[in-house]
Design a protein around this ligand. Structure first.
Ligand SMILES: C[S@@+](CC[C@H](N)C(=O)[O-])C[C@H]1O[C@@H](n2cnc3c(N)ncnc32)[C@H](O)[C@@H]1O
Length: 420
């Protein structure tokens, strides 16, 4: 057991201490605290807080520090917000960008509208909950206070579904999304179902009033078609489709995307998903939207066709990692919005940099890949107008970012002559 002084909160939310020349990460310890910890390489297990930080508060959840979902729940609001905003500032500094970052926007709203539980089978019994941090151990929980009330039945439903498949002995991921029509559940890990399992799952879907149950995206039970509201439009959600974690988070990101692109006649929305931005953008601009997930692009298109008063919205299925929009293609747009997965969009950012597009709006769920892609734009003459961190994963080390980058017409002209 070692006595350690925590000097800062790291980017995964753990306390960072020094043990001689070595750096040690102590989960659940806060900056300024003196703790006793068991050290194992770079990691340490918090055994006792000898001197607590004045910023330490009681966590809201009894499973905190067990279930692995929340990294920082025992920190006062103000330092918590400073830490999250600092994640973005630090990532930018690490790529040589010293840019102003807005205060953190709280986007917890009514709670997270999607959750993935894990199930492990133990002698014919399903254990369902969250995975402990840095472990495959399942922590069985009673409820998660971060979820929307519409997901209050998600755990009992997940337990019932997992129990039906427990004889397989395979671990499962059970993704549950709250929709306008009830819970939409997608099972992963079971493989193809036997007929008796399918029948039992259909029974459980009825008993737990699920809107839809799919297995690896394949329909098991459809009781109501799950829809989500996107602005004033409704979208029929394809199984397993991406959705921003909170409704308020999606609105906060979309509001900033709309504000930045106001006045743009023709906008590209790259990595559009089911159209969280594209369907709203189509209220003010002509939009071309791209994503590699065909069901998402189809759902967005159907929603646009059913809506009235939207400007033209063209959806295209395209793998933007393998085949990013080229600089020449991008030059047709007045603004380019891109919202890639965690890996970021390096190839796409390089094409934006080479294009004559005057405005790029980056939305990201990863501060490191955001900073790397932002550096590509800034080095090509774009100036950051506004960088806003949005907190829809409260207590977790994830932060969403929305940032607008613009460049002057002389820089556009220089690019145009390069492109010929
Ligand atoms: C962070 S989500 C954003 C979706 C949408 N903008 C939203 O806010 O709901 C990232 C999207 O990238 C898509 N995607 C992942 N890999 C891709 C690729 N290689 N090419 C194009 N789209 C991809 C996913 O299908 C997903 O819809």
């Amino acid at each position: 057991m070692k006595r350690l002084v925590i000097h800062r909160l790291g980017h995964r939310g753990e306390g960072v201490a020094r043990d001689g020349d070595a750096r040690v990460f102590v989960p659940y310890a806060l900056a300024g605290e003196t703790v006793l910890a068991e050290i194992d390489g770079e990691q340490a297990r918090l055994a006792e807080i000898v001197a607590a930080s004045p910023d330490r508060i009681a966590p809201i959840c009894p499973h905190y520090a067990d279930c692995g979902g929340c990294a920082v729940q025992a920190l006062r609001d103000e330092p918590y917000r400073a830490w999250k905003r600092g994640l973005v500032e630090t990532a930018l500094k690490n790529v040589g960008l010293s840019l102003a970052v807005d205060p953190l926007v709280d986007a917890q709203g009514a709670g997270r509208r999607r959750v993935t539980f894990h199930a492990r089978m133990d002698q014919g019994a399903a254990r369902v909950g969250f995975m402990a941090a840095r472990s495959h151990k399942i922590v069985e929980i009673e409820a998660c206070p971060l979820l929307v009330p519409e997901l209050s039945g998600a755990l009992p439903a997940a337990r019932a579904l997992a129990q039906i498949l427990s004889a397989r002995g395979k671990p499962l991921d059970i993704a549950v999304t709250a929709t306008l029509d009830g819970m939409d559940v997608d099972l992963r890990g079971a493989g193809p179902l036997e007929e008796h399992e399918r029948r039992a799952l259909i029974g459980a879907a009825e008993a737990h009033d699920l809107a839809r149950l799919t297995n690896h995206g394949r329909l098991v039970a459809l009781r109501r078609t799950p829809r989500v509201a996107v602005g004033r439009v409704q979208v029929e959600l394809p199984p397993g489709a991406f959705l921003q974690a909170t409704a308020v988070g999606e609105e906060a990101l979309a509001a900033r995307v709309l504000e930045a692109t106001r006045g743009a006649k023709h906008v590209a929305d790259l990595f559009c998903g089911v159209g969280a931005f594209a369907l709203r953008l189509a209220e003010q601009s002509r939009v071309a939207a791209y994503d590699s997930a065909a069901p998402a692009v189809d759902a967005m298109g159907a929603a646009a066709r059913a809506a009235s008063g939207l400007k033209p919205l063209a959806g295209e299925v395209r793998d933007l990692f393998a085949r990013p929009l080229t600089a020449a293609e991008l030059s047709a747009f007045d603004a380019v919005v891109f919202d890639p997965p965690r890996a970021g969009a390096l190839a796409q950012a390089k094409e934006i940099a080479q294009s004559t597009a005057p405005l790029a709006v980056a939305v990201s769920c990863n501060a490191q890949s955001f900073a790397r892609d932002a550096a590509v734009l800034v080095n090509a003459g774009f100036r950051a107008q506004r960088i806003t961190p949005v907190d829809q994963f409260r207590y977790a080390p994830h932060v969403e970012i929305v940032a607008a980058f613009s460049r002057s017409s002389s820089q556009k002209k220089a690019k145009r002559s390069l492109l010929g």
